[in-house]
Design a protein around this ligand. Structure first.
Ligand SMILES: Nc1nc2c(ncn2[C@@H]2O[C@H](COP(=O)(O)OP(=O)(O)O)[C@@H](O)[C@H]2O)c(=O)[nH]1
Ligand SMILES: [Mg+2]
Length: 321
């Protein structure tokens, strides 16, 4: 039984509120270091209480600025907040520009806040798996709310719905083409829409347009996405934005949907983890396994085709039953 084993020191540190242990463990997770495994396992039973809010939208719409506003609002209510900013910048640039923007606004020395920036590339195991585990660490650390920022602009690195129970899509007035290209996915992602930069002209129109779109669409299990106008700059509309996000969380509980949605996310996580293992094993076999070598030769000599070869290989992977 896992629970009888002595707690790994880093896990013990996280449960005691040691920020350095938390940061260290996050780095191990990001590096896919095997050392993280026992600590993650030991902390898993302690996670599952935090409300996880995903925030996505094109670059520059003000996601980080809104998070700073939400952070102040939530800290004002005494809630502990973890933030994970999945940064689209290259890990080689050394910059965590977006995360830094949040960090600047945070009260120095505030123990109820923990902010982590992650580069969205350069993760052996994939960003979704890493993000999930980092969120889980913040959850086990005792954060009441964990906010995950990702950039959703065509290339969505993290499927935010795989991580968060409530998803916020941030837009700005006059997004034009970007909204068009995002539109198909937008309504499946968003539990709440925020039209940020309401201090700029056109915000009312944009919010009205979105509300009309939402009204025309179908609801999801009885939830119709809310549309909120805000300005992170003024600031204005931040309490209303939080209210809309919290309303979705309340809705999940009231309708008994929380367990089902968690189960769905766990299922996708499981499939992802198994897929990762299978992929690794397969990659190793490319060099060593005589059967794989034979298939490669057949492919090169055009005596089979890639789909047929893949099917054969896939069958050889399936456990005998
Ligand atoms: N006018 C105005 N500018 C804003 C507002 N919120 C953010 N910005 C600016 O928009 C830029 C991008 O903000 P940021 O929060 O980094 O956007 P992100 O890329 O979505 O995280 C920055 O220059 C912000 O100062 C707002 O409500 N009004
Ligand atoms: Mg940002």
């Amino acid at each position: 039984m896992t629970s009888r084993r002595p707690l790994p020191p880093l896990a013990r540190g996280v449960l005691k509120g040691d920020r350095r242990a938390l940061a260290r463990l996050m780095s191990l997770v990001e590096n896919r270091d095997a050392e993280a495994g026992p600590a993650l396992a030991a902390l898993y039973p302690h996670a599952g209480k935090a409300r996880v809010i995903g925030i996505t939208g094109p670059l520059g719409v003000g996601k980080s600025s809104l998070i700073s506003g939400l952070l102040a609002h939530l800290r004002g209510q005494g809630l502990k907040v973890g933030i994970v900013a999945v940064d689209p910048s290259s890990p080689f640039s050394g910059g965590s520009v977006l995360g830094d923007r949040i960090r600047l606004d945070r009260a120095p020395g505030d123990q109820g806040v923990f902010i982590r920036s992650m580069a969205s590339r350069g993760h052996a195991g994939g960003i979704a798996a890493t993000t999930r585990e980092v969120v889980r660490l913040l959850d086990a650390f005792g954060m009441d709310v964990v906010i995950v920022e990702t950039v959703g602009s065509g290339q969505v690195d993290v499927e935010i719905r795989d991580v968060a129970s409530t998803s916020l899509v941030v837009l700005v007035p006059h997004l034009g083409d970007e909204v068009q290209s995002l539109k198909a996915g937008l309504f499946e992602i968003a539990d709440v829409f925020c039209v940020n930069k309401s201090d700029l002209p056109g915000a009312d129109g944009a919010a009205r347009y979105l509300s009309e779109m939402v009204a025309l669409g179908t609801d999801r299990d009885g939830w119709r996405p809310r549309v909120v106008s805000a300005s992170a700059k003024l600031p204005q509309g931040i309490p209303e934005l939080w209210e809309a996000l919290a309303a979705h969380e309340t809705f999940l509980d009231a309708k008994g949907l929380r367990a089902a949605s968690e189960r769905c996310r766990l299922g996708r996580e499981l499939v992802g983890l198994v897929g990762e293992r299978v992929g690794e094993t397969l990659a190793e076999r490319l060099d060593r396994d005589p059967r794989v070598n034979r298939l490669l030769t057949e492919l090169q000599t055009r005596t089979t085709d890639p789909r047929a070869a893949a099917e054969k290989l896939y069958r050889s992977f399936r456990p005998e039953s």
